[in-house]
Design a protein. Structure first.
Length: 151
């Protein structure tokens, strides 16, 4: 399946000329890797949180969002993930893209300049119309909450 590309305008911030813009690491990768634009290494203690800059701002087209997600390698090897996963970057945000990392691991984790720290997908956000009703249709699940979908 071929999908027409969308255009996302990106602005490097001063002092980040040495860092690559977000990029897919393979042709079939869904996410664009985000890199740390830290001036010096950032140490995240176990249980600690650090907001890591990525060195760019962007203009996501109207009707789209950018989702920032953890990298599976950092999560599985070090326990480092995002505090709010996935994070959403709205189409009207023009500030620096930053990633809030949390260290769930047992050892301190050091973020180095240029390290791949998260991945980002640009996805459509469909228009939604809310219609208030008195009753909803029935489903086998009904009103069952967390853990009520089976095994």
């Amino acid at each position: 399946m071929t999908v027409d590309p969308i255009t996302v305008l990106i602005k490097r911030l001063p002092g980040t000329e040495d860092l690559p813009v977000p990029a897919r690491m393979t042709a079939e990768a869904a996410g664009f890797d985000l890199r740390a634009a830290v001036a010096k290494p950032v140490r995240i203690e176990p249980g600690g949180i650090a907001v890591v800059p990525c060195g760019f701002a962007m203009a996501v087209p109207a009707g789209y969002e950018a989702q920032v997600r953890p990298r599976s390698g950092l999560a599985s090897r070090h326990g480092v993930t995002l505090v709010n996963a996935p994070g959403t970057i709205d189409s009207d945000y023009r500030g620096e893209v930053q990633v809030p990392l949390i260290n769930h691991g047992r050892e301190p984790f050091v973020v180095e300049r240029g390290m791949r720290i998260a991945q980002m997908l640009v996805l459509p956000v469909p228009p939604v119309t809310w219609v208030e009703v008195d009753e909803l249709d029935e489903t086998p699940r009904g009103t069952g909450g967390f853990g009520h979908t089976g095994a």
